[in-house]
Design a protein around this ligand. Structure first.
Ligand code: ZN
Length: 155
């Protein structure tokens, strides 16, 4: 398993050093702020919705490597998805990082790319770092302009 862990580490480092979609779009249709006070991660997620689909996803913020890598992977993952698909992916991701879906027991596709972050399930503090951007994205879909704090969430 150590080779696999190293691979996951590389992907997380790569995304945290060079985050994808780290920018403020000119005309986002929805945005929300997220705050993980336990770690100091702060993030704003911007979504551009067109016809029930996420045409663009981007973020701004600062935080630990896990939170930045997760936001980078998340924005890539939800782009092009319908709102329902983005929400479903959030549920799958949350189940994965909280250990509620068996490791290596994913159904393929998008969640496999995100499984680089499944290692956080052994570290409850880190789960909040990994899920912050997803909660924020979900909040932007449901209540644009809202602020979510991990301290008011289960994970
Ligand atoms: Zn963090």
């Amino acid at each position: 398993m150590s080779d696999l862990s190293d691979l996951y580490q590389e992907l997380i480092l790569d995304h945290s050093r060079s985050p994808r979609n780290l920018r403020r779009p000119s005309n986002p249709t929805a945005s929300a702020k997220g705050d993980n006070p336990l770690c100091g991660d702060k993030i704003t997620v911007f979504l551009t919705l067109e016809g029930g689909r996420v045409a663009d996803a981007a973020f701004e913020g600062r935080g630990c490597a896990i939170s930045m890598a997760s936001a980078s992977l998340m924005t890539d993952a939800v782009k092009g998805k319908t709102v329902e698909e983005a929400e479903a992916l959030f549920q799958k991701f949350q189940a994965m990082v909280t250990g509620k879906s068996g490791a290596g027991n994913h159904d393929g596709g998008e969640i496999d790319r995100l499984s680089a972050l499944s290692g956080v399930q052994a570290y409850p503090m880190r789960v909040k770092c990994a899920t912050l951007c997803w909660h924020t994205m979900s909040s932007a879909l449901a209540h644009p302009g809202a602020t979510v704090s991990t301290e008011k969430l289960e994970a």
